[in-house]
Each structure stands twice: as structure tokens, then as C-alpha cells.
Design a protein around this ligand. Structure first.
Ligand SMILES: [Zn+2]
Length: 226
């Protein structure tokens, strides 16, 4: 199965039509990092989980879809400043602009995912702004939970994802708290093993990539559809 597809899409903000490279939503993913990154797939897919319209600079997961307020937000100084900030890799700027747009319309879980993907890009480049992107992802995900917006596939998954981002960010106290929370929320051996992985990683203070050694079918399906 092809991982990438080409698709002509009309921007819902300005009606410009462009052919984009898109990630095939039916791609199978066998393993994820603790923070939900489908690492092997993301090697080729990371540039294509965000689309920027070349005419109006609308950055989003799919330019065909838009919140009415986005038409105003993409013209603001704050939005354009993110896209023009050369202190970040180009792709990270697109994700951070998409994250900003989502925050402005209070779609905090989507904002967190965009910021997390900006962090992945920075991590791949060993770029110093990875920490800023992780912090933004954590803040957006925690705001999402406060607003009862789902992060990941449920409360267990959200604790693992946010906990691992905290771990990578060097915030071992928060990572430990989320790992303990995940341990209490785990409902089967597979989840207990994943919570244990985060707990042990927290204890060791390691800021490296950790693939989940086990995942339920529900988690796999949820992350695949995200
Ligand atoms: Zn546009």
C-alpha cells in the first residue's frame, strides 16, 4: 500500500486549488513511541500531516476544512509572525501556525497534536526549539483535558502521551505523576506494561525515544485514525 497519495484540494479559506501530497489514512502502523509517534511511518509522512495554502497561508491538516474564524486568524500579525519566524525549521513553523489557529478556535487537542509534530521535526534535526514545541504541546493537551476534549484514545492513553512528552522535556516530576496515573488507569496487562515502561524511563531520566512494547487494538486504531 502506498503511504503517500496526491490529491487536488481547494482551500476553504481562499478557494485556491493546489495538488498536495497526503498521507494515506489507511496505512497500517505496527508500533508507536510512548508519545504516540508512529515513528517508521513518520519518517516519510511528517512533512505531509500539515498543508499550507500557497495563496492565503492557511496551515491545517486538510485545507478543505475550515472553522469560520480561520479566515480572520490567518491574516493576523500573530499568525503570520509564527510562519515568518526563522528561529524554527520551516515545517515546524507550519505546524506551530496550525497549532495557533486551533488554539484560537479552542480546539486544544488538535493544537497539541500540531505542536507535538513540530517537536518531532525539531527532534529529528536536533534543533534547540524542540523543548518549546513540547511545552506548547503539553499545555494544549492539558487544556484539552480541562475542556473534556479527548487526547489519544482515552484517559489512559492521554496520560501516557502527555507523560512521555514531559519526560522528553526533562520534567521528570510531571512524567512520574502521569506514569503513576496511567498505572492506576490501566485495565489490562498490555496497558500495565506500557505504564511500566514510562515509569521506568522516568526513573532512569532518559530522554530518548521509547517504542511501546505493547498496545491494545483500540489504541492502535485510534492513533492510526488521528
Ligand atoms: Zn487559501
Amino acid at each position: 500500500m502506498q503511504a503517500l497519495l496526491r490529491d487536488a484540494r481547494q482551500c476553504a479559506v481562499c478557494t485556491n486549488t493546489t495538488t498536495y501530497t497526503c498521507v494515506n489514512p489507511r496505512m497500517q502502523v505496527d508500533s508507536y513511541d510512548l508519545d504516540g509517534r508512529p515513528y517508521e511511518l513518520s519518517i516519510i509522512a511528517l512533512p505531509y500531516w500539515v498543508q499550507q495554502c500557497g495563496t492565503c497561508r492557511h496551515c491545517t491538516a486538510d485545507v478543505r476544512l475550515v472553522h469560520p474564524d480561520a479566515r480572520t486568524i490567518v491574516k493576523t500579525t500573530a499568525y503570520l509572525a509564527i510562519l515568518n519566524d526563522t528561529g524554527y525549521p520551516f515545517l515546524a513553523r507550519e505546524y506551530l501556525a496550525a497549532a495557533h489557529l486551533c488554539r484560537m478556535i479552542e480546539h486544544y487537542a488538535d493544537a497539541g497534536l500540531h505542536a507535538l509534530r513540530a517537536a518531532w521535526k525539531c527532534e529529528d534535526m536536533v534543533h534547540p526549539m524542540a523543548g518549546f514545541c513540547r511545552t506548547q504541546a503539553i499545555q494544549s493537551f492539558e487544556r484539552a483535558l480541562q475542556q473534556n476534549q479527548p487526547v489519544g484514545s482515552g484517559t489512559f492513553d492521554s496520560a501516557i502521551i502527555i507523560g512521555d512528552i514531559c519526560r522528553r522535556n526533562g520534567d521528570s516530576a510531571s512524567a512520574l505523576r502521569y506514569a503513576q496515573q496511567a498505572g492506576l488507569l490501566a485495565t489490562d496487562d498490555a496497558q500495565r506494561e506500557i505504564a511500566s515502561q514510562l515509569l521506568q524511563a522516568t526513573d532512569a531520566g532518559i530522554r530518548t525515544r521509547i517504542a511501546r512494547s505493547a498496545a491494545t487494538n483500540e489504541q492502535r486504531r485510534s492513533l492510526r485514525e488521528s
